[in-house]
Write a protein that binds this ligand. Structure first.
Ligand SMILES: C[S@@+](CC[C@H](N)C(=O)[O-])C[C@H]1O[C@@H](n2cnc3c(N)ncnc32)[C@H](O)[C@@H]1O
Length: 273
């Protein structure tokens, strides 16, 4: 496996394991809604769906519940464990496979074949080699297939600041506590203010957060503060990369600040070519 920056790496899977304890049908329903909204498919029956960097496995479960033939992969063994646990919880059958594997391992990825929908949300910028991951992922999308990505927005100096923070978080236990103590109170205050300003209720932002893809606010804070390796891209850079490899942009959701830009591309090569 050729992942870069292996020595300094956030334990994504541990965070997902802790998140999994809070996953009920309400969060799964939000994940399903988010998947339908991004892909435009409300029925995935007969669709081969590859979830790269499946994390908790909740989007694999969403695709499975919409009828897809699902392959979930993740670099982190704890994330793989989460997806297997979700699969077991819903009594998933052979239509859902889960494996440990890296998007940077081109031989492994090619061995999986090609897929109708390739979904990789919030993953490729955490591999340590985002451009290598771009190169590999486009090969597993079948002609006329769909590629859904989300990639951190490039904010220049601000992104470089956060990269430094994340590195500090991952380098030592002391660094982790320092980062948590410094930023969690700020995030908490922001959330209280956001709730007050939007609906006059200080807990509204916390209460409604799960509408954001079924996620949990606390686990997203930890994921944001620790998520290293960390790379970013401007929307135009992602667009050009995939356009030059025969992909057409179908949907783009950009961010002004922190967070991910979302892209849906179609592999514009005729199925018969
Ligand atoms: C921020 S999480 C996103 C999880 C999920 N896609 C979601 O939307 O909730 C990033 C995931 O990417 C995984 N990951 C990091 N590097 C990877 C690689 N080289 N190959 C596959 N997965 C990787 C991490 O282990 C982690 O589970």
């Amino acid at each position: 496996m050729s992942d870069a920056a292996d020595e300094t790496r956030f334990a994504f899977g541990k965070n997902w394991k802790s998140f999994l304890a809070s996953v009920g049908q309400d969060r799964v329903d939000e994940a399903v809604k988010s998947l339908i909204s991004l892909t435009g498919y409300s029925d995935l029956t007969g669709i081969k769906f590859l979830d790269i960097g499946c994390g908790s496995g909740i989007f694999s479960l969403a695709a499975y519940s919409l009828g897809a033939e699902v392959m979930s992969i993740d670099y982190d063994q704890d994330s793989v464990g989460c997806a297997l646990q979700l699969k077991e919880k819903v009594g998933g059958n052979d239509r859902w496979r889960v494996e440990q594997g890296s998007v940077l391992d081109s031989a492994y990825l090619s061995s999986l074949g090609q897929f109708d929908v390739v979904y990789s949300w919030g993953v490729l910028h955490h591999t340590g080699d985002m451009m290598g991951a771009f190169e590999n992922i486009q090969r597993v999308v079948r002609p006329e297939g769909v590629l859904c990505l989300s990639i951190y927005n490039d904010q220049g100096a601000i992104s470089r600041f956060w990269k430094r923070v994340k590195k500090i978080y991952c380098e030592s236990l002391a660094g982790r506590y320092l980062v948590l103590v410094a930023f969690v109170p700020i995030f908490f205050s922001y959330a209280v203010l956001a709730g007050l300003m939007s609906s006059g209720n200080p807990v509204a932002f916390f209460r409604d957060y799960k509408k954001n893809r079924g996620m949990s606010i606390y686990h997203d804070w930890v994921d944001w503060l620790g998520g290293y390796p960390f790379e970013v891209a401007k929307p135009g850079e992602v667009f050009s990369f995939f356009r030059d490899r025969g992909f057409v942009l179908k949907e783009l959701r950009t961010r002004n600040g922190m967070g991910c830009n979302e892209f849906v591309f179609r592999h514009d090569k005729p199925a018969s070519a």
